[in-house]
Design a protein around this ligand. Structure first.
Ligand SMILES: Nc1nc2c(ncn2[C@@H]2O[C@H](COP(=O)(O)OP(=O)(O)OP(=O)(O)O)[C@@H](O)[C@H]2O)c(=O)[nH]1
Ligand SMILES: [Mg+2]
Length: 421
């Protein structure tokens, strides 16, 4: 069942700036005319209502946006790298690789979140000429694109969730009230993935999800466990089906087991309003049990309906009840920040850095300083001179000196080894 995947996204690197020097007849020293590198493409995740599973990501796990082109002579900019948009079904939440945090909940088709930002293009040498140094022969390298693992998790968006023990008749009910054709069979765990159906009742349309059978311990992962309880989380109303024939379990016990599983999974689920329907009333056993089952449920404050998916007994009444209650209920639950708040993926703060020293060497860590190093062409002495100015402006030089750096010491920054001078 493809409703949970982990993928690796890599934004495009920025293109390198050009160090080109203009050559002109009769001009002894041509000036710099190298253009900037193009920006690398970014990676986005976007909800698309043509999709209803994450199966696209079952095998392919690595996704990379286009890199920016190099800057060219005559101040020409490099081409921008192409963005990459990963399409997911509406209802997909985006999470970091570990933990419970939700970075974005893509509910509406078109909702989109940036998950890896493309690198900026490096500046061409035209930016580095100064009054005293008019022919810089170096340019900035492009900034590397961001890369990270993310998790995508689908929480279906449905108005009504049909829950109940395995074999209660959930799929049969869905097939009777909608055009959906779920698999139906006389054994538990027939349905392995939630099925959706659209029901039209007078002027109310609603989406019903048939959730695979819940068993005791589902909240802790027994049976198919969480795999599908996740899909009940957004529903506005539950239809709780109890097998009235008592074939596999006593109806009252069955009812209590499901209530227990729902509340153990999440408080919110226990609070979702429910309509209880005792089904298979066409069977003589169910008919005989009904007065007792009804009385027992009433004693708990529950007012059950008696239905049969086979003869349609009580089905109209059930649909009327759903259509009556839905308009009064809040819209489907959403999680995490609202779309307007997460146009930009939460990034670590840029400015912080720290200096670590261990025998004979120093390491400087921090996003911004690592980026500055990655964008420096270390083979060019002029570029290294320029870098020294940048390290001073960032306060890195001062911090290293406080930590005791001496000429000749090795300083590691972002995978590069610099000899301090
Ligand atoms: N007589 C009778 N049988 C029913 C009725 N509803 C369902 N059944 C039968 O009960 C069995 C289970 O039905 P399903 O709809 O597959 O049950 P389910 O709740 O979806 O089961 P899982 O997907 O395994 O959780 C099938 O043999 C159905 O034909 C009903 O109203 N009357
Ligand atoms: Mg089923």
């Amino acid at each position: 069942m493809f409703d949970r995947v982990k993928v690796y996204v890599k934004a495009g690197d920025g293109g390198d700036g050009s160090p080109h020097l203009r050559r002109e007849m009769y001009v002894p020293h041509g000036g710099p005319d190298g253009g900037d590198g193009g920006r690398g493409g970014s990676v986005y995740v976007e909800a698309d209502d043509q999709l209803n599973t994450l199966i696209t990501y079952a095998h392919k796990k690595h996704f990379k946006a286009g890199s920016g082109g190099r800057g060219l002579r005559q101040r020409q900019h490099g081409a921008s790298g192409e963005d990459l948009v990963l399409k997911v079904p509406p209802g997909t939440v985006v999470r970091p690789p570990e933990g419970d945090e939700i970075l974005a909940d893509l509910v509406q088709p078109g909702d989109r979140v940036l998950v890896a930002r493309g690198g900026r293009g490096g500046l061409g040498n035209v930016h580095f000429s100064t009054a005293t140094h008019q022919t810089p022969r170096f340019a900035q390298k492009g900034e590397p694109g961001e890369e990270r693992w993310i998790r995508l998790e689908l929480k279906l968006i449905a108005d009504v969730g049909i829950v109940g023990l395995p074999n209660a008749g959930k799929s049969t009910l869905l097939s009777v009230i909608s055009a959906a054709k779920p698999k139906i069979a006389d054994y538990p765990f027939t349905t392995l993935e939630p099925q959706l159906g659209v029901v039209q009742r007078d002027d109310v349309d609603f989406v019903v999800a048939d959730i695979p059978g819940l068993i005791e311990g589902a909240h802790a992962g027994a049976g198919l466990g969480h795999e599908f309880l996740r899909h009940v989380e957004r529903t506005r109303l539950l239809v709780h089906l109890v097998d009235g024939s008592g074939q596999l379990s006593d109806p009252l016990t069955a009812y209590k087991q499901i209530r227990n599983e729902l509340s153990l999974y999440a408080d919110r689920l226990a609070g979702v309003p429910e309509i209880v329907a005792v089904t298979k009333q066409d069977l003589p056993e169910a008919g005989e049990l009904w007065p007792l089952v009804q009385a027992e449920l009433e004693a708990l404050g529950v007012h059950p309906l008696a239905i049969s998916a086979v003869t349609h007994q009580g089905v109209d009444q059930l649909l009327d009840e759903i259509a009556r209650r839905l308009p009064e209920l809040p819209p489907p639950a959403t999680f995490g920040p609202s779309p307007t708040d997460y146009k930009v993926f939460a990034l670590e703060p840029e400015d912080d850095f720290r200096v670590e020293s261990e025998d004979g060497g120093f390491t400087v860590r921090g996003r911004k300083v690592e980026r500055v190093i990655a964008m420096t062409d270390l083979r060019r002495p002029e570029a290294v001179d320029y870098l020294q100015g940048q390290l001073k402006r960032l306060g890195v030089t001062q911090a290293l000196e406080r930590a005791g750096v001496k000429s000749g010491d090795v300083v590691h920054i972002g995978g590069e080894e610099l000899v301090w001078e």
